[in-house]
Design a protein around this ligand. Structure first.
Ligand code: ADP
Length: 694
């Protein structure tokens, strides 16, 4: 059976469709696909000229091709941009429909160019169809014939059929190209990442960044500038080409020129034609050897913050790839982080070095050990004090140098509280067999991720010698004064007894002064003796049931003459039924006299002093309250230490022994002594003593 006319046309259309789809689907390169679409459509309708513009999702032209006769012009995107704005292709895109122009000279939609003048190609006919895929226009195909009225509606139909097929092929090719481009960008970034982050040396990191950008973008020069710490200027730190080395150190204000603008706004820019001088600063004027024709600039970012910029100048192939800015921006993010890390590492090293120098040059002796006591590090001073060389010390453990008071430190340093220092005294065995008394400060320190022990060792030979000297002096004073003093006291007593009742009052008064003074010296020497006894651990033995009130009356009587010279009142508020205490009466009387003497000494003229007591369970609590300056809280504990004086340069004389004696004496009786002091109200010295059992 012969096919009828309609069937023949359908058959031809199907053949055409088949060959079109075969032709188009066999290529993935966008340029090739466009050429084929154009050639196929032109040959099928007999067009002489034609063009295709491909657009991205936002409608911007990304690829274009023009065919004039048998000449194919690739990369014609820029030429076609104008048509897309104001010509026939633009009309097709805006109206989303095909167009047939029978006479271009009389149709508004045709963008007239000098070429369309009558004397030249003159009036033509044209068809233009959108390339649509899933309701989205991906391009426009336009065909032209030099004679008006050439194209018919059948041509338009045919072109539309081809365009429908071509749309899919163009989209595929575009996606393919996009994925290739992505892969290229990702590969460039991955390569850069591994190279740039492989070093922590700042200079090397900068050089690697420049080299990576040169390789990835194939440009003549790469430069890098960092924002200074004040955040006002960019300073160029590195540049890849010898001719631009003079740029290093050059400063650009933030916001000025291309580099300053990118640094301020944090967004990269490409200037494809750098003759447009307005848009970038003249930072390269200082390098007249460099003639800039294209430049790309991207921010260097670390943790989302711009820390500088990167510039890629003069692509070797004449123009930047479309993905150049993306690659440069990607490297900018990697590089910013790498620079930040390198800078942090430099700071860390500097701090480490400073710490090492401090440690090494310290005038104190330091050892670092692990928790088993093995010595890990020592400083020069530790070598000096121990006599051992560092290498020897590193083979030793702490207990080979000195023994540690286990009770104080706790087993396995359990008493060592993080952040606090334990102190103890010991003797350091030196290489030369000497035993040096040392004070040791131990604390846990964090070194390289682990905690170790830091031992500060202080030579206390001088202090020990001084202490010994003081002890010797005290015992000398005591021994050499004691017997002549008791001779003086007994002689004065005899003298007193021999003095007639109606004798010269001046004589009696002088005798009283002599008696009181010698009693004071006796009290002092007795207290010194008690102190050395109590310090050597001897117990208080002469314990008798004694009335605190009687002791208090005695003590008040002893200090009254001095208090009277200062117009001070001593109030004895102790209840008469205060129960008896079990004490060495003479020792406690001296404690009371010491406290009262201090109260008199430090209270102003006309001041008031109170001596009171009450009973708490099986203890008597006795106190001396004055109206003096009080004791600052920080001093309240160690004021009871020997030789401690708050104001040694002040007008009040003393040795700092009185309160030390009081504490030793009270504690020797099983009591406690402390201060309750409010500077506004003077001091209250309190102590407790055990009650005597009935
Ligand atoms: P001394 O009085 O011989 O210096 P003490 O051991 O008795 O030695 O006192 C030690 C220091 O405590 C004194 O130097 C003084 O600074 C301070 N102090 C003692 N008692 C008082 C007090 N009642 N008020 C203010 N400061 C006092």
């Amino acid at each position: 059976m012969q096919p009828n006319g309609e069937e023949t046309t359908t058959r031809a259309s199907l053949d055409l469709l088949y060959s079109i789809s075969r032709e188009l689907t066999s290529a993935l390169d966008l340029g090739k696909v466009l050429q084929r679409v154009l050639t196929l459509s032109m040959s099928n309708v007999g067009a002489v000229n034609g063009s295709i513009i491909v657009m991205d999702e936002s409608g911007n032209p990304i690829e274009g091709i023009i065919c004039v006769g048998d000449k194919m012009i690739e990369n014609a995107t820029e030429q076609l941009t104008e048509t897309l704005k104001g010509g026939l292709a633009g009309w097709v895109v805006r109206n989303q429909q095909e167009a047939l122009i029978s006479d271009t000279s009389s149709d508004e939609r045709w963008l007239r160019r000098p070429d369309d003048e009558e004397g030249r190609t003159g009036a033509k006919s044209a068809v233009s169809v959108p390339l649509v895929v899933r309701d989205q226009i991906v391009g426009v195909l336009t065909l032209v014939h030099p004679s008006p009225n050439f194209f018919t509606l059948a041509h338009l139909d045919l072109i539309q059929t081809i365009a429908d097929q071509a749309g899919i092929a163009v989209l595929n090719a575009r996606l393919y190209e996009e994925s290739i481009r992505r892969a290229r960008v990702m590969t460039a970034l991955a390569e850069s990442a591994s190279v740039i982050t492989a070093s922590l040396d700042l200079d090397e990191v900068l050089q690697r960044i420049l080299a990576q950008i040169s390789d990835a973008l194939l440009v003549e020069v790469v430069s890098l500038a960092l924002i200074d710490p004040q955040g006002e200027n960019l300073t160029f730190q590195a540049s890849s080409a010898g001719t631009t080395k003079g740029l290093i150190g050059y400063r650009v204000k933030l916001g000025e020129g291309l580099a300053g603008r990118v640094a301020k706004e944090g967004k990269g820019e490409v200037i494809p034609d750098a003759s447009d001088h307005e848009r970038f600063s003249q930072e390269y004027e200082r390098n007249p050897k460099l003639d800039i024709h294209a430049i790309a600039c991207a921010p260097l970012k670390s943790r989302g913050v711009v820390i500088g910029i990167l510039e890629a100048i003069n692509p070797i192939e004449g123009r930047f790839d479309p993905d150049a800015l993306e690659v440069l921006t990607g490297i900018g993010s990697l590089a910013g982080t790498a620079i930040d890390h390198a800078r942090l590492f430099e700071q860390l090293q500097a701090t480490h070095q400073r710490y090492l120098e401090l440690f090494q040059d310290s005038i104190e002796s330091f050892l670092i050990s692990d928790w088993q006591g093995n010595i890990l590090e020592v400083n020069r001073q530790a070598e000096l004090i121990s006599g051992y060389e560092k290498a020897d010390l590193l083979t030793k453990s702490i207990d080979q140098l000195f023994s540690i008071d286990q009770e104080k430190i706790g087993s396995e340093f359990s008493n060592l509280i993080p952040g606090e220092t334990l102190t103890t005294e010991s003797e350091l065995s030196t290489k030369y067999g000497e035993e040096i008394p040392v004070h040791i400060y131990i604390r846990a320190v964090t070194v390289d991720d682990g905690t170790n022990l830091q031992w500060l060792i202080r030579d206390i030979r001088e202090r020990k010698n001084l202490d010994r000297l003081r002890e010797d002096l005290i015992s000398m004073v005591y021994h050499d004064l004691r017997s002549p003093l008791s001779n003086v006291v007994s002689s004065l007593d005899v003298f007193n007894a021999m003095l007639p009742q109606d004798g010269d009052p001046a004589f009696r008064s002088l005798l009283n002064i002599a008696l009181r003074s010698t009693e004071r010296i006796q009290r002092l020497t007795n207290s010194l003796l008690d102190m050395s006894r109590l310090e050597s651990g001897q117990p208080v033995v002469n314990l008798f049931s004694t009335s605190p009130l009687l002791l208090a009356v005695d003590a008040v009587e002893a200090v009254s003459p001095v208090a009277e010279t200062k117009n001070q009142i001593i109030k004895l508020t102790m209840p008469t039924d205060t129960p008896s205490v079990l004490v060495d009466g003479d020792m406690i009387r001296r404690v009371l006299i010491n406290l009262l003497e201090n109260a008199v000494k430090y209270s102003p003229a006309g001041g008031e002093i109170t001596l009171g007591a009450d009973t708490e369970a099986d203890l008597a609590k006795i106190w001396v309250q004055d109206t003096g300056p009080g004791i600052p809280p920080l001093e309240q504990d160690h004021i009871f230490d020997k030789f401690t004086r708050l104001n040694p340069e002040g007008s009040q004389k003393g040795f700092g022994l009185g309160l030390a004696y009081c504490r030793l004496a009270i504690e020797g009786h099983g009591g406690q002594i402390w201060i309750e002091s409010d500077p506004a109200q003077g001091s209250r010295f309190c102590f407790t003593l055990p009650l005597a059992k009935n």
